[in-house]
Write a protein that binds this ligand. Structure first.
Ligand code: GDG
Length: 454
């Protein structure tokens, strides 16, 4: 059996020093690495001038990490990845920064990764490259002479052609993707945008199924939506830590309905618009104000990037303003917390919540929506309010689908959810639960690896 090699910006394989808390993606990929005797390559997260590969094996999984220089982190990670590609691929042209130095740093780091990983690869390894940080890596490995099967999975949306063409050198970036054997997106919509670009800008042809050809080079393109480790999450939601956190939430709610949001603090998650939608609900329903409260958990991320500092300041101001305007001595409308919680505890919070409010302006998939569904009590599930612009909306059709830019839409959905009888809540939730359980992270991983193996 071929080995499986995973390459991603950060490595989340279990490490000797880690606290054992892994996300669903890491769990699924480390299980695959264990089965395939593989290696997970990527950035260590450390900054240094040291350019050697550190190889460690822990709990049956081998990680190979490299440090980056401060300039690399600035130009490749904070620069091209998070100031250029992330906003552009989330349709935020106004936030996108185009800078030659960022692009140079991105290519330099991708090339360095290819050179540093190369000595550790075998000819029949299956190589799986992840996400927007590493788009040209497959092409750079081909330059090193590797003829292996190499696949790429994009975790974020692929933008429409007329947005992508604002990126200087967009042609070169997409051409480099033809070095892969398989390119996978989260949704059909992203896949269609990619096919549209290739057929309209590169004179490519598509067979209407999975084969996309440019200049006699054919690759396999698929949509393969990522899932959560449903079994583990359901078990966590039914376990003692979750029961305790669910009970704590119920006690502190004093009979009020909890609306929960859990997101990395990121402008793509639509948090300002969510707060505005919730405020609209409070404005429109003065008599119901004290019957609800919103708990927004938002651990900070990418805090070296100024757009992230701005969104943080703006949310502090907005939550303070809404609380100042509406709070009473015995009620605060928004509990806004900037820290992360252990998964088991989070599962209990989801279970305690009458509404899961998941309103990204644009999202590749959104795993929080799936976790909320997985955590519900089958006899008395809550209601998922979900942005139609999250990839997850294609699968979670029992949610109340809303336009996250519309405060009225959010407000009306909150009203509908709070009034929804138990029978309808169960009827909406059950098919979503079945889908989350069936199309879990193992299903996703096996489907991608099957395509990659060819
Ligand atoms: C990218 C794409 C795509 C959040 N707060 C806490 C916590 N989390 C966990 C959630 C969830 C994960 O982080 C976030 O996943 P998302 O899917 O919502 O979003 P991104 O980080 O933007 O991920 C996205 C994903 O890649 C996978 O392909 O779905 O579209 O943008 O699992 O639970 N976990 C814990 N404490 C927290 O406070 N333990």
């Amino acid at each position: 059996m071929s080995r499986l090699i995973i390459m991603s910006n950060r490595v989340s394989a279990p490490m000797a020093k880690s606290d054992g808390a892994q996300g669903g993606l890491a769990v699924a990929l480390t299980a695959a690495l264990r089965e395939h005797d593989g290696i997970w390559f990527g950035w260590s997260g450390e900054t240094s001038a040291d350019n050697k590969v550190n190889i460690t094996t822990f709990d049956g999984v081998t990680s190979a990490t490299v440090d980056l220089t401060a300039q690399d982190v600035d130009e490749y990670y904070n620069g091209y990845a998070n100031r250029t590609l992330w906003p552009l691929f989330h349709f935020r042209l106004g936030l996108t920064e185009f800078d030659r130095e960022f692009q140079g740093g991105y290519e330099r780091v991708n090339r360095a990764f290819a050179q540093m990983f190369a000595p550790h690869l075998l000819p029949d390894d299956l190589i799986w490259v992840h996400d927007y940080h590493l788009i040209p890596l497959g092409w750079l490995l081909r330059q090193q002479g590797f003829a292996n099967r190499i696949g790429f999975f994009l975790h974020i949306p692929w933008p429409p052609t007329n947005l992508l063409t604002t990126l200087p050198d967009h042609g070169r970036l997409v051409e480099s993707m033809f070095a892969y054997d398989v390119v996978s997106f989260q949704t059909e919509e992203s896949l269609e945008s990619f096919v549209h670009y290739v057929t309209t800008q590169m004179n490519g042809s598509f067979d209407g199924d999975t084969k996309l050809t440019v200049n006699n080079k054919t690759i396999c393109v698929i949509a393969c939506p990522i899932g959560i480790d449903a079994q583990e999450f359901i078990a966590a939601a039914n376990g003692p830590v979750a029961a305790d956190s669910c009970a704590r939430m119920a006690a502190s709610s004093a009979g009020r309905s909890l609306i929960v949001g859990v997101d990395r603090l990121d402008y793509s998650k639509g948090l300002e618009e969510r707060f505005a939608g919730y405020e609209r609900y409070l404005q429109n329903h003065p008599e119901k104000r004290k019957h609800v409260y919103l708990l927004q958990i938002a651990p900070p991320s990418r805090s070296d990037v100024d757009t992230y500092q701005r969104i943080r300041a703006s949310l502090n101001a907005l939550s303070g303003q809404i609380n100042g305007e509406y709070a009473d001595i015995d009620w605060v409308p928004i509990r806004y917390v900037n820290q992360g919680y252990p998964r088991d505890q989070l599962a209990g919070v989801y279970r305690a919540a009458r509404i899961g409010l998941v309103t990204p302006l644009r999202d590749g998939m959104n795993l929080v929506a799936k976790e909320y569904v997985a955590a519900q009590d089958p006899k008395d599930p809550g209601v998922l309010i979900l942005s139609r612009f999250a990839g997850a909306a294609c699968q979670l059709k029992g949610a109340l689908l809303i336009n996250p830019y519309s405060a009225d839409d959010i407000s009306e959905a909150i009203e509908t959810a709070l009034a929804m009888p138990r029978g309808e809540r169960i009827a909406r939730w059950q098919p979503m639960f079945d889908s989350v359980r069936e199309h879990d992270v193992m299903w996703w991983r096996e489907r991608f690896i099957a395509a990659l193996a060819g």
